[in-house]
Design a protein around this ligand. Structure first.
Ligand code: 5GP
Length: 206
């Protein structure tokens, strides 16, 4: 088992989760724009799927083959891994440790399985869930963004009920109303500000 490491007091491990298509990437973009100088690291996770047009390796994800992913997993590189809609996904432990030990929040955009695994290992992690206004609105967004079609789209549609059913495991739920991304980001920022006040001396161990 990997040796555990302590973060600086007050640095938070934050998970932003929610079903595929709910708008997590757009919210994270808005969070970056709102507070460009906040001491936060948006962790770049690993994915075993092909890059979509416009995605950049090392920025959107570290894109790796399934066999490279398994090699990294065996070497202990990941804090958690999950098969998400058929693709291996994993949170690099070193980025999380580097952020927390330098006093920065580590922000993970991971799925509900990953959130559960991190909470088990790091009970003090802060779990945020982004919910759609309705299952129908979620489906419209998923179909409308056009990044998946056929079997891949169907897989995400089939996974949605399970993802929606896990909301109660989270510390805070944010409904991402259609066309209101900035308002969602503002509410998340406000919760982070309050949690920082509350947990000013808390130490996160990963
Ligand atoms: P996409 O293929 O649409 O980029 O991502 C699908 C899902 O994978 C997203 O809901 C995202 O939260 C999740 N995801 C991305 N990176 C990780 C990771 O490192 N671990 C886990 N468990 N989920 C991830």
């Amino acid at each position: 088992m990997t040796e555990r490491r302590q973060g600086a007091p007050g640095a938070l491990l934050v998970i932003i989760s929610g079903p595929s298509g709910v708008g997590k990437d757009t919210i994270i973009h808005a969070l970056r724009e709102r507070s460009p100088d906040a001491p936060r690291t948006f962790v770049v996770t690993y994915k075993s799927r092909a890059r979509r047009p416009g995605e950049v390796d090392g920025i959107d994800y570290h894109f790796v083959t399934a066999s490279e992913f398994q090699r990294l997993r065996r070497s202990g590189a990941f804090l958690e891994t999950a098969n998400v809609h058929g693709d291996w996904s994993g949170t690099p432990r070193d980025q999380v440790v580097a952020a927390l030990s330098s006093g920065r929040d580590a922000i993970l955009k991971i799925d509900v399985q990953g959130a559960r695994a991190v909470r088990e290992r790091v009970p003090e992690a802060l779990l945020l869930y982004v919910a759609p206004p309705s299952p129908e609105a979620l489906n419209e967004r998923l179909v409308g963004r056009g990044t998946e079609t056929g079997a891949k789209l169907k897989r995400r549609q089939d996974d949605a009920p399970v993802e929606l059913a896990s909301q109660d495991e989270y510390d805070h739920i944010f409904v991402n109303e259609t066309g209101k991304v900035d308002a969602t980001a503002e509410r998340i920022d406000e919760v982070l500000r309050r949690e920082h006040e509350r947990r000013a001396d808390a130490v996160v161990t990963v």
